[in-house]
Design a protein around this ligand. Structure first.
Ligand code: DAH
Length: 357
């Protein structure tokens, strides 16, 4: 028994893997194992012999068993150690990109435009999309009978029978935010107002909802020259070219006097738009010096203050800058389109970091 014991303890001690260990278990304690065979011999012994041999054999069996169990756990620990040593993970590596949605071109362009005007000292103002007809029209010097009201294809909200207050409208432009902000902040003032506007119109270049950005600067000594400089600075920064010439074309808006259509110098080469050079002009929006009646409607003293205003189409700016042909696609929510034209959420546009990426 002592021979068996030292034989197996030595073998268990030196075995190097779990299969070897299992072989040893079978060899010693399996059905036909050496120790099991010894156990069977007990039956042939005299009772006296059995009394000493029985407990001794049992003790041997227990000892071998414990040695097997201890070795098994030691081998497991060693295997784990080896794996931990060979497998490693660099937690400082950047995470793998996961498709996580994209920034819509309208949002991207709104951010870009905002960054540029913020750099020129304009802050962002907002107003409601459901507007009273006073803010949307009257305060902007568009009285009830004015043809501009009919031209704008306005959506009117419904009033219940007997309610004879004038209906609210879905704002047809961002200009009412001029009034609301002047009322709230007074003058001087320098703001831009990006947002959704609504008109009952639908074709390749018109959707019933679209986006505008309004600009307003009020102070004591503001002129059309300031307006022109601001628009030129904006256009060059937005289209990421050195310089863009801006042309004013005489026009009429009820809320500005004088009024001017804004054109950017451009050319079309093989269907590709180039801004800043060439013999063509691109219509970008409307502008002018704020009409005294508008200032008065908003509680600003027009004998002391004056200023300029402008309105640009955000969707149109996005289409021009990023070569998007059909306005309607902006609002289709087609995932393939969004993946193609969308922007990376982490690439926030800044003037110094680059507006678009
Ligand atoms: N509100 C005008 C529109 O939607 C655009 C506009 C023209 C805005 C001239 C202005 C402006 O601020 O001065 O058609």
């Amino acid at each position: 028994m002592d021979d068996l014991k030292s034989k197996y303890l030595t073998l268990i001690d030196s075995v190097g893997d779990e299969t070897g260990l299992e072989d040893l278990r079978v060899q010693a304690l399996g059905k036909k194992g050496e120790i099991s065979l010894q156990m069977r011999e007990l039956g042939k012994m005299t009772p006296e012999e059995r009394q000493t041999a029985g407990p001794a054999l049992n003790a041997l069996k227990d000892e071998i068993n414990s040695a097997l169990i201890a070795k098994k756990s030691a081998l497991g620990d060693a295997a784990l150690d080896a794996r931990l040593r060979s497998e490693w993970l660099d937690v400082t590596l950047p995470a793998r990109d996961r498709p996580a949605g994209s920034i819509h071109p309208i949002s991207q362009v709104t951010e870009e435009v905002t960054a540029i005007f913020a750099d020129m000292g304009f802050s962002v103002a907002e107003g409601p999309q459901i507007e009273s007809d006073w803010y949307n029209f009257d305060a902007l010097n568009i009285p009830g009978h004015h043809p501009a009201r009919a031209e704008m294809d306005t959506f009117y909200t419904h009033r219940s029978d007997g309610d004879d207050r004038p209906p609210h409208v879905l704002r047809t432009h961002t200009s009412p935010v001029q009034i609301r902000t002047m009322e709230a902040q007074g003058a001087p003032l320098r703001i831009i107002c990006p947002g959704r506007v609504y008109r009952a119109d639908y074709d390749q270049t018109h959707t019933p909802m679209f986006n505008q950005i309004e600009g307003l600067a009020i102070d004591k000594d503001i002129s059309m020259a300031n307006l022109k400089w601001v628009l030129e600075e904006f256009a060059a920064a937005f289209f990421e070219v050195d310089k863009i010439e801006v042309r004013f074309r005489a026009s009429h808006f009820p809320f500005t006097e004088p009024s001017a259509e804004i054109d950017f110098r451009c050319s079309w080469v093989d269907g590709q738009l180039k801004l800043g050079e060439g013999d063509d002009w691109l219509e970008a929006g409307g502008s002018g010096m704020v009409h005294p009646k508008v200032l008065e409607a908003a509680g600003v003293d027009s004998s002391v203050y004056q200023g300029f205003a402008f309105g640009l189409g955000i969707d149109r700016l996005a289409m021009l800058k990023y070569g998007i042909p059909d306005l309607r696609a902006f609002f289709d929510s087609d995932l393939r389109w969004l993946r193609h034209y969308g922007f990376q959420p982490r690439d926030v546009p800044t003037l110094h970091g680059g507006l678009s990426k």
